[in-house]
Design a protein around this ligand. Structure first.
Ligand code: CMP
Length: 137
């Protein structure tokens, strides 16, 4: 069993499609090991996305991720990292395959509905960023 971190971003939370997105996960054999809703500060978002610090979109990314509440989840299942990325679709919703979360719920590369860990190693770091061990069940 593998775990991965998912963030349902401010655009999707504002659209009130949290349940619909969570259903995609559960319907595809990903189990929710942890879930919470929170509002990131600029410091949180900058730390979480530190790997993108030098990218031209970093400032807009931090601004967007702090524009409203997010829902963070730990998803668990066989090949959870790859499975979640498959369900999400391409980063740019315009390039996302039909039936993926981003194709169905996202508007733009900034407001792209969800984030998912890109490797199991990064998943461990990202999960620890948001959740204490005792919150994972
Ligand atoms: P996410 O998977 O959360 O990881 C970083 C985010 O930066 C990405 O989704 C996009 O929402 C955002 N972003 C904005 N512009 C770009 C870009 N050109 N390439 C990659 N990510 C981008």
């Amino acid at each position: 069993m593998e775990q991965t971190l998912s963030i349902i971003k401010p655009d999707a939370v504002a659209k009130n499609v949290v349940g619909k997105i969570v259903d995609r996960f559960e319907s595809n054999n990903l189990r929710i090991a942890a879930i919470k809703k929170l509002w990131l500060t600029s410091e949180d978002a900058s730390r979480f996305y530190a790997v993108h610090e030098k990218r031209p979109f970093f400032k807009d990314l931090v601004k967007f991720m702090t524009s409203g509440p997010v829902v963070v989840l730990v998803l668990e299942g066989e090949n959870a990292v790859a499975k979640n990325r498959e369900l999400m679709g391409a980063t740019n919703p315009k390039e996302a395959e039909k039936g993926t979360i981003r194709a169905d719920f996202a508007e733009s590369i900034d407001a792209n509905a969800v984030h998912g860990s890109d490797s199991s190693e990064n998943a461990l770091t990202e999960i620890a960023f948001f959740f204490a061990k005792k919150e994972l069940a």
